[in-house]
Design a protein around this ligand. Sequence first.
Ligand SMILES: [Zn+2]
Length: 315
Amino acid sequence: MQKKLVMMILALAVVMPAAVFPHGPQGQREGRGQRAAAPPPPPMAVKQVKPGVYMVINGGGNSTVRVTDQGIILVDTKNLGDQFYNDLVAQIKTVTSQPVKYVFVTHVHQDHAGNIGKFVQAGVPVITNEGLKKSLETGGVDGKGYTSPAGKPAPPNVTYSKNKKVKLGNATAIAYHFGRAHTGGDTVVYFPDAKVVCLGDEFVTTPNGPNADYPNGGSVLEFPKVIAQVLKLDFDTVIPGHGNDPMTKADLEAYQKKLDTIAKKSVELAKKGTPKDQIRQQIQSQTPDIGTWQMTGVVNDQRLDAFYEEVKTAK
Ligand SMILES: [Zn+2]
């Protein structure tokens, strides 16, 4: 009863100003009539993960900053745009005056790949999987290359196929491409001396869960196999692509199990002839272990055809 009352008061508090002052000062200030503007996105902030390892949250996907006595290895470049690039550089400057010597980019989406061009222009090696470069050219929903409303990231100046090692000062970084997961050009960056691994959007801690971008090469069925490969590395700390905190290897193990559950249930349901328009909802209701993850997000409407084709033809 009390809960209901509180909810009603809350609802009224939200509705009242617009209802009472439909064209009042609030609406004018926001310049959108009766519609309240979305709250501003949270500002970038830097967090220490371990000695010499920092993560920069917000402004797009998480970036990782590995500081050495010879410069910085950076993972991911934030949303496309000068403001985001400048903010990222400013955040890095709060922890070190060392210059960025290498950049790795985990995947093609502009909230991670956005400022590749800025670092390339500055003469910094920007290293990505060759699949990322291919996606920029021929990926995307229409097969005409990756696009987003924010624009298209610039191509990297260094690509690799399976793995690529970089040494800088007292640190080593190894980029791995273990296969198709979030996209077809994912990179996992491993810092063996720090026992830290950066997963980009192969690991997100947002409540709705991860997603597989089929038009850019992602795969729900390959995803758990890729994370199983990551788990073979020797690390204790994981930087997620989204989510404000570093996570543990145990967190990634639990996450891999959820992905595996979804993959197995998808194939099982497809074999039973579950129609395309029901399969996500059935996976959702038959896999309570995935908790708050949403199958309509793991596979969104635009990607449903490709997902269904994959699970239907799986051996
Ligand atoms: Zn992404």
